[in-house]
Design a protein around this ligand. Structure first.
Ligand code: DC
Length: 226
């Protein structure tokens, strides 16, 4: 007898490609669970800072990662009982998360946590290696990308709307530094899975991007969403 796993949609892509927004909308539409895998790396980065651990001290970082209680509940991310959803969205945490994510042992520890989110009726998972490493057997894989200047502009608008004072050139530098690190690292680098559909959203708005992905969903699963 074969065990039927819940269906999975993976949405991978570089920083600020819009994958988080798209993944959230699709998971709501389908009533499936959402795994924002970047938030797990970010939560670890937050805990590293809070524990005064140096970003070079991978022995301590790994020990912390193994013992960290990270959970996602009702759209919030928790470390133990503390909600850190907003606190992990800073540029500093983004940078540190991307550094921690280069370490093989950190990735192995967080891999188990990420796989534990798989449940019925289905999972929408976004990140860098959802379709290549974490859920290679996913039914539908999307690689969402966009030109770097467009991504920097979108991130700039997001931060400005939240009341932050930011400089577009420094955002562009941060994004390109993270792109470079995420794509060139040895372990689970950011690359489209061989069977991923690459969607370039440079000249698409959210509605158009969503339309393309929902068409792919319908093609794969049939028109069963509302
Ligand atoms: O998606 P994000 O920007 O919140 O992710 C923050 C960092 O975490 C990203 O720069 C690299 C790392 N990450 C990863 O290596 N693998 C994932 N699946 C998700 C995130």
């Amino acid at each position: 007898m074969s065990i039927k796993l819940p269906p999975i949609i993976t949405i991978d892509g570089p920083t600020a490609s819009g994958k988080g927004t798209i993944a959230r909308i699709i998971s709501k539409k389908l009533g499936w669970l959402l795994l924002d895998s970047g938030s797990i790396y970010r939560a670890l980065a937050f805990a590293v800072i809070e524990s005064n651990i140096s970003v070079n001290d991978f022995e301590s970082i790994n020990k912390l990662a193994r013992n960290l209680e990270i959970s996602l509940r009702e759209g919030e991310i928790y470390i133990d009982s503390l909600i850190v959803s907003e606190k992990i969205r800073t540029e500093e945490i983004s940078r540190i998360a991307s550094i921690l994510a280069t370490d093989h042992n950190v990735r192995q520890t967080l891999l188990k946590k990420q796989r534990s989110f798989l449940s019925y009726p289905g999972l929408v998972a976004d990140g860098r290696d959802m379709g290549t490493v974490v859920f290679p057997y996913a039914s539908l894989k999307i690689f969402l990308t966009a030109d770097i200047s467009i991504r920097a502009q979108r991130r700039y608008n997001q931060l400005i709307n939240k009341g932050n004072i930011v400089n577009i050139m420094s955002i562009m530098d941060n994004i390109s530094e993270r792109d470079e690190r995420d794509a060139r690292r040895l372990h689970s680098p950011l690359v489209p899975a061989l069977d991923a559909h690459v969607v370039d959203s440079s000249v698409l708005d959210i509605k158009q991007t969503l339309g393309i992905i929902l068409d792919l969903y319908k093609y794969k699963f049939g028109p069963s969403y509302n």
